[in-house]
Ligand binder design. Structure first.
Ligand code: NAI
Length: 447
């Protein structure tokens, strides 16, 4: 009898399994593919590896700005792809070693719920006091005629494997995935067109910052068609209805479907065991409990926030709760980063959310160049920090940044929001000089 059986070894499942094992629990972890899940194998890590190569390429082309002459840099796609595979393999090995070290039994097989407290995988049937579902998500394929059938259309997994730089690319959906790939290919010289049905890119972003990202992508010659809904795909041609309701089309050497991800809910006995599912995914409470006692869920399969670091925290909260350690999930201070060049990072409320909720606030918007390091590092580039604080107490409610490697210090802002720090608290924190993070402190003090 196990204390915990985990289904799915992504950042939700493997971290929860290791954590429970370190608490002294007997843990088994089932994975039908590779450990590391979407994030490590076909998501966060491989995309960031590709983007890093694109940045190295851009840096060479912009080297004159730093007084360095580089002649004709070459983007060697096979070598770039080889590096991507090596990075993934190294990290997968690391996760396997970490799980072994923690004492987690890993079973490489497809698992299925076989009743309360029972999991079947191949020949094995095991019993566990608790089962944590961490089955993740897959790219969504909306019912657009021709989308599934077209051989030119790739999803975020398929496009990782490209061996040649496409001459042109049509991206359906200007969400996070679409934007990161648009940036990657535009930097390699691909003519990128994005078709987005909303009237703005990345609706999760604070609007002001979203507009700045839009402008930066335009500088990279990315064409972004807003308020345009894709209606059909024929081979390499994407048909859409524009803002005026007129039929339009655009063709590309390759088409990327980046219209969202959907939770994995089928094929492992959820319905048979009676686990309730709502529109976005498995229904859970703030501790990760499903409606079935002893069955818990975390990460993308719950459809709450499709972010690796949120999945990890959700898994830890579930483990703590199942073993009697008080904990609960809060989503108000989970940072997110879009790894375009420039990077975008945010945490807490957007200005639009504060307005909708009728919360009185003050804001400060400052150029990142107020930090000397920005001028040093980002020759010819711009960046912005936007901070929202409560009108009454000056409590930090939201931080939104674009520029440089702002994702690297958004955690500082997340601490401010999570710990409900006010402007005067932040005044007492010493930020290292010279770093970009000084722009964050300065902007908070201005708010
Ligand atoms: P998304 O939900 O962020 O964006 C999809 C976009 O497609 C939306 O803007 C939507 O309006 C548009 N769309 C849908 N149907 C359309 C149609 N017929 N015509 C035109 N536009 C259409 O989904 P995305 O970018 O696929 O990402 C999936 C999830 O993965 C997100 O929740 C994201 O947060 C997560 N992710 C996070 C990353 C990060 O944190 N850096 C990186 C990659 C993914």
């Amino acid at each position: 009898m196990y204390d915990l059986a985990v289904i799915g070894a992504g950042p939700g499942g493997y971290e929860a399994a290791a954590y429970a094992a370190k608490l002294g629990k007997k843990v088994v972890l089932f994975e039908k593919g590779e450990v590391g899940g979407t994030c490590l194998n076909v998501g966060c890590i491989p995309t960031k590896t590709l983007l890093r190569s694109a940045r190295a390429y851009s840096d060479c082309r912009e080297a004159e700005r730093y007084g360095v002459t580089v002649s004709a840099p070459v983007f060697n796609m096979p070598a770039v792809q080889e590096r991507r595979k090596q990075v993934v393999a190294t990290l997968c090995k690391g996760v396997s070693a970490m799980l072994k070290g923690a004492g987690v039994e890993v079973i490489k097989a497809e698992a299925r719920l076989a009743g309360r407290g029972k999991v079947v995988a191949g020949e094995r049937e095991i019993e566990a006091a608790n089962i944590l579902l961490a089955t993740g998500s897959v790219p969504a394929v909306p019912p657009i005629p021709g989308l599934r059938e077209s051989k030119t259309v790739l999803d975020s997994t398929g496009i990782l494997e490209v061996q040649q730089i496409p001459e042109s690319l049509v991206v359906i959906g200007a969400g996070v995935i679409g934007l990161e790939f648009a940036c990657f290919f535009a930097e390699l010289g691909t003519a990128v067109t994005m078709v987005e049905m909303l009237d703005r890119i990345a609706p999760v972003l604070d609007e002001e910052i979203g507009k700045r990202l839009h402008a930066d992508l335009k500088k990279k010659k990315v064409v972004i068609q807003l308020s345009c809904r894709v209606t059909q795909v024929e081979g390499n041609t994407v048909h859409y209805t524009d803002a005026e309701g007129k039929a339009q089309s655009v063709s590309g050497t390759q088409v990327l479907n980046a219209t969202g991800r959907q939770p994995v809910l089928k094929g492992f006995g959820l319905e048979e065991v009676g686990v309730e599912v709502e529109r976005r995914g498995v229904r859970v409470d703030e501790c990760g409990r499903t409606n079935v006692p002893g069955i818990w869920a975390c990460g993308d399969c719950t459809g709450r926030l499709l972010l690796a670091h949120s999945a990890t925290r959700e898994g830890i909260v579930a483990v703590n709760t199942m073993f009697g350690i008080p904990d609960r999930m809060r989503f108000s201070a989970i940072p997110s980063v879009i790894y375009t060049h420039p990077e975008v990072a945010q945490v807490g409320a957007t200005e639009e959310e504060l307005k909708r909720q009728g919360i009185a606030y003050r804001k400060a918007v400052m150029p990142m160049a107020i930090a000397g390091r920005f001028i040093v590092e980002e020759a010819g580039k711009s960046g912005t920090v936007k901070v929202l604080v409560s009108e009454r107490h000056g409590q930090v409610l939201g931080v939104h940044m674009i520029g440089g490697c702002c994702g690297e210090f958004i955690a500082t802002a997340a601490a401010m929001v999570e710990l409900e720090l006010c402007v005067d608290d932040v005044r007492q924190i010493v930020f290292p000089h010279p770093t970009l993070s000084e722009a964050l402190k300065e902007t908070v003090l201005h708010a």
